[in-house]
Design a protein around this ligand. Structure first.
Ligand SMILES: [Zn+2]
Ligand SMILES: [Zn+2]
Length: 259
């Protein structure tokens, strides 16, 4: 975009920081406006590089996942950062929150741009098992109640963004057929039975590598159920992707706080 047009656009629609929502200074001369303000940018980077408590790699490099997802057949979870109430991760929390509120949020692009290279690297490594051409992206459908309330599905928006950046086609493979009761106060086991039968396969994924996308993984019970249905429906392998994951401390209080 020409610098003049970019300045006009920035003046009419000033881009806001994905982390704190503050207006960003005009991005004249830059290819596009940055996602973060100078305060949030280093905090975001710090969260991406924070260490996974299981494998000690940076969150953005590790593929650890809740056991429940592993048992369901997920190959691993690609994510960017931990989702906790610790002050240093406030930027991540706000970014995840931003995705729930608006389908136009720049958070989708911001997170997809970080996730896409990690996703492509992982897929390329597994090329021998399932060819890259058999890779499709899908998402874990949000509860119908939430879709009615907000008017969109944030997991679908994130999946579409990832599809644009990776060229893996985005398909709706799962349909939400049951909302279950409010999850906030449920333990992992309770969530698991609450979500049993929540999804139905609506398109065939026979022989495909399926990338299952959600914005946030808390216990992994929802993703595990999605993985199970996809596998049952013929998916050769399922790789999970989320922006953030709550570290393991699944007491009732913690789950309520992060849901
Ligand atoms: Zn900011
Ligand atoms: Zn790890």
């Amino acid at each position: 975009m020409k610098p003049f047009l970019q300045t006009v656009r920035d003046l009419c629609f000033p881009p806001r920081c994905v982390g704190c929502g503050d207006r960003l200074p005009p991005s004249v001369g830059m290819k596009k406006a940055p996602f973060f303000c100078p305060v949030c940018a280093p905090l975001w980077e710090q969260s991406l590089l924070s260490q996974c408590p299981d494998c000690f790699a940076a969150y953005c490099d590790c593929r650890c996942q809740p056991k429940i997802m592993e048992r369901a057949g997920s190959l691993g979870l690609i994510k960017l950062a931990p989702y906790t109430d610790a002050g240093e991760h406030a930027t991540v929390r706000r970014a995840v929150y931003g995705m729930k509120r608006s389908p136009r949020s720049r958070t989708f692009n911001c997170c997809a741009e970080e996730l896409a290279p990690a996703l492509c690297r992982t897929v390329e490594k597994q090329n021998e098992k399932t060819p890259i051409s058999h890779t499709v992206i899908t998402y874990l459908p949000r509860s119908r109640k939430s879709v009615r309330r907000y008017g969109f599905d944030q997991a679908r928006e994130l999946a579409k963004c990832l599809s644009r950046l990776t060229d893996y086609p985005c398909l709706s493979l799962l349909k939400r057929v049951k909302d279950g009761t409010e999850q906030k106060t449920l333990t992992v086991k309770e969530r698991q039975s609450n979500l049993k039968g929540a999804f139905r396969a609506v398109n065939s994924a026979e022989g495909c590598r399926v990338i299952l996308v959600d914005d946030l993984v808390t216990t992994g019970a929802g993703m595990a159920e999605g993985v199970r249905v996809l596998r049952k429906n013929g998916a050769a392998e399922v790789l999970s992707v989320s922006v953030a994951v709550t570290p393991k401390k699944y007491s009732r209080e913690t789950l309520a706080k992060f849901s």
